[in-house]
Design a protein around this ligand. Structure first.
Ligand code: GLY
Length: 400
């Protein structure tokens, strides 16, 4: 096992070959690096700011049941598998890093504010039941008994005791420490180009001119994954940025407990959620905007989030406002991640996690460690092969 160290400049000589190079040090890249190093693989991460990325902005809801959407039944299986791994994952990570991740098994309440919202939530309840999920329909009065800060007009809701939360910033910090302790090397620079030699990915050239060479390269760059130069056109991942603006408020001690679980609703067609942390932070999210690479925090975004959150929980206007930020979800054509080997030998993908990056962190780490040690995706992750987006070869494989 290599010693732990964090480099400002690449020290890996061009001739030094790692087993695994992870391009991207967000939570997905970090969990893969940690799991790979645990399996004895010499692992390197290239990222100018490990622990950054979309997790700096995300609220951290682990909402497999309340975020269920029509047409995402296959993804549901992966989401549930990852949710089930969370308690053991957190316990192992906190032990390995010696850091708290802010995991809170608090449950979620999804509520309706008017007749349309109520009909929408009834539909969701039906879909959850048909999918074998556990959720309980509550009247407006029962919702307010659980969460007294809810608006008097709440018309009903769904209680989901299995949808929890984690603090993604703390999760990322713990993963950085766990990686360092497991011997992962960090190169704090952007990967600017994939190197391909004799039809095999061999690593990357960094923007500072450094060269990293590895037996396997894992592209885990979130919404930026498709931007890496040198990717052959048939393996460029079809990911796009989907902007989310998020607010952070603080619940003064005198107001606690303001909310005891995550609360969410669809207000005039927009999703709004409030995620209360044990440390007093209250996260309000999130917009969903197809705006390309723009990460501007806009007056309109802040206004809409506060307006909708205020309709849900009027008392939020009393709380100190601490932060507004915007991040980019890595959207994919079917809203599900791309995991595992590509058509280019030596290159694997772990990207496109869209709304579920935090939830899918444990299962992604395990699945990619399997890929890196056995060459095969485990059963639970097989539907998410990137090859589902490569028309001709994939179809031939299926028919064979
Ligand atoms: N999963 C929450 C969001 O993407 O806004």
């Amino acid at each position: 096992m290599q010693s732990s160290r964090t480099d400002q400049h690449p020290r890996t000589a061009p001739t030094e070959i790692s087993d695994v190079l992870v391009v991207g040090g967000g939570i997905i890249g970090l969990v893969i690096a940690w799991r790979a190093a645990q399996r004895g693989l010499r692992t390197v991460v290239a990222d100018p700011e490990p622990g950054g990325g979309a997790a700096r902005v995300a609220a951290g809801m682990l909402a497999a049941v309340t975020e269920l959407h029509y047409g995402e039944e296959t993804l549901l299986g992966l989401n549930l598998a990852s949710a089930a791994r969370y308690p053991a994952f957190v316990a192992e990570l906190e032990e390995a890093a010696g850091q708290d991740t802010g995991y809170r098994a608090c449950g979620t309440l999804a509520v309706a504010l008017d007749a349309d919202d109520r009909a929408h939530l009834r539909e969701l309840h039906g879909l959850q039941q048909r999918s074998g999920l556990t959720s309980e329909w509550l009247s407006g009065r029962e919702c307010r008994r659980l969460e007294p800060m809810l608006a008097p007009g709440v018309r009903g809701g769904l209680r989901v005791d299995g949808d929890h939360q984690i603090d993604p910033r703390r999760l990322a910090a713990a993963l950085v420490t766990a990686c360092e302790r497991a011997g992962v090397l960090f190169h704090r620079a952007f990967a600017s180009r994939l190197t391909v030699v004799r039809d095999r990915a061999t690593g990357v050239v960094l923007e500072d001119g450094g060269v990293l060479t590895a037996d396997r390269t894992v592209l885990a760059g979130g919404s930026l994954s498709g931007k890496l130069a040198g990717l052959p056109s048939d393996v460029v991942p079809p990911v796009r940025p989907v902007k989310g603006q998020v607010l952070r408020l603080r619940v003064p001690r005198a107001y606690a407990p303001f909310l005891s679980r995550s609360v969410r609703a669809v207000v005039r067609g927009s999703h709004v959620y409030l995620v209360p942390r044990e440390n007093g932070e209250l996260v309000v999210g999130a917009t969903s905007e197809e705006q390309g690479w723009d990460t501007t925090v806009t007056a309109g975004g802040v206004y809409e989030l506060l307006r909708d959150a205020h309709e849900l929980v009027p008392g939020i206007t009393e709380l100190p406002f601490t932060e507004a930020s915007a991040g980019l979800r890595p959207g994919s054509p079917d809203n599900a991640p791309l995991l595992g080997p590509t058509a280019l030998p030596g290159l694997d993908l772990a990207t496109g996690h869209y709304r579920n990056g935090v939830l899918l962190t444990p299962v992604t780490g395990d699945a990619m460690a399997d890929v890196l040690t056995t060459g095969e995706l485990p059963e639970v992750a097989r539907p998410f092969t990137p090859r589902r987006f490569s028309p001709a070869p994939a179809r031939q494989e299926q028919l064979a």
